[in-house]
Design a protein around this ligand. Structure first.
Ligand code: ATP
Length: 331
């Protein structure tokens, strides 16, 4: 794997609080990597260290194989887009996009060409003369992207770039950012707390918790084999069951309910009682209560209606799942 950037044993301490705790991370070149995790897990701090706005307390950051730990932000050749687009209100769209190029002393002709090319890439060529206030939120977002891309950055860093957009536009912009990434071949690092966004957009996904990396990999690999309870929970898994061999999870679409008591030779077979049945046309979501020591847990089955047995609340069932659908987790 060709690395665009590397974190080597990087730690960031604020006072007595460790925001990033000894992480090793490789950002593959030409790919889109997301840093994903709940609020406060250290995503933004990691991105800010990569950008050079914060210096690690210890460890090294390499960009293109060169130690950039002490390099100031403007020397790193990075483009950045924040949640608040940070456009200059008194400048036109074109002037905003030209800003970084001007700072770098790019000549007029080259500058004009890059501005036109970047605006075209984000589909805003026709709005070059407008001021930011005369643009929609989505359009402002695109200007911020064009401005970051215009300098042809080594890395494009995006910090929750879609969180100020409404739901429909957010989904549209996910595809748009991926298209731009494909067309330019840029290395992109995106911070998000939205697992759907990460699953849909990433080539590589890095899940963080309390300053540490919990799991890293391609979305399909992480999703199909979450390493621990935290990752599984965060990716929306349900059905956590303690078995003789440890904690397992099984997706609701793999849980089959069998009326009455049965015992399975292998896989899961737990006696339970139907608590709720949500009929939703093509599929059925059934909640079953299963005793767990002195307490009870709720397990869910989500299967196609035509494959589901007719059940009623209060009915005794066996909750079954095939061995290959049981995912072992560390707690
Ligand atoms: P969010 O999604 O809420 O932005 P995050 O995962 O990006 O969360 P960070 O912004 O990296 O989290 O913050 C990690 C932790 O470090 C938080 O608890 C935050 O309060 C703390 N922190 C960040 N910057 C500073 C600072 N300059 N001084 C003190 N604490 C800080």
């Amino acid at each position: 794997m060709n690395a665009a950037a590397q974190f080597e044993s990087v730690t960031q301490v604020f006072g007595d609080f460790t925001a990033v705790d000894d992480i090793d991370l490789t950002i593959p070149a030409g790919k889109l990597t997301t840093l994903l995790g709940p609020s406060g897990c250290g995503k933004t701090t990691s991105l800010r260290m990569l950008a050079g706005y914060t210096r690690p307390t210890s460890g090294r950051i390499l960009i293109d194989g060169v130690d950039a730990t002490r390099m100031p932000p403007e020397k790193r050749g990075l483009g950045m887009v924040f949640q608040s687009y940070a456009l200059f209100p008194h400048m036109t769209v074109a002037e905003n996009v030209a800003y970084g190029l001007k700072l770098r002393g790019t000549g007029r002709k080259e500058r004009d060409a890059r501005v036109a090319e970047s605006l075209q890439l984000v589909g805003l060529g026709h709005l070059a003369a407008r001021k930011p206030r005369a643009l929609s939120g989505g359009q402002q977002q695109r200007v911020a992207l064009a401005r970051a891309i215009a300098i042809r950055p080594k890395l494009l860093l995006l910090d929750e770039p879609l969180s100020n957009l409404d739901a429909r536009l957010r989904v549209q912009m996910r595809a748009e950012i991926r298209r731009i990434q494909h067309e330019t071949g840029l290395t992109v690092v995106l911070v998000t707390h939205d697992q759907d966004e990460a699953l849909e957009m990433s080539d590589e996904m890095v899940l963080m918790r309390a300053g540490r990396i919990m799991q890293q990999g391609a979305p399909a690999d992480v999703f199909s084999a979450p390493a621990n309870r935290f990752v599984a929970d965060f990716l929306g898994y349900e059905n956590f069951v303690s078995t003789a061999d440890g904690l397992v999870t099984v997706r609701p679409e793999h849980v089959v309910l069998v009326p009455g008591e049965t015992s399975a030779a292998e896989g899961l077979a737990l006696p339970g009682t139907v608590r709720d049945i949500a009929y939703r046309g093509v599929d059925i979501l059934t909640t079953v209560e299963v005793p767990d020591g002195s307490e009870a847990i709720l397990l869910r089955s989500h299967v196609r209606a035509e494959e589901a047995p007719r059940l009623t609340p209060g009915q005794a069932v066996t909750v079954t799942a095939r061995p290959r659908h049981l995912i072992a987790l560390t707690d």
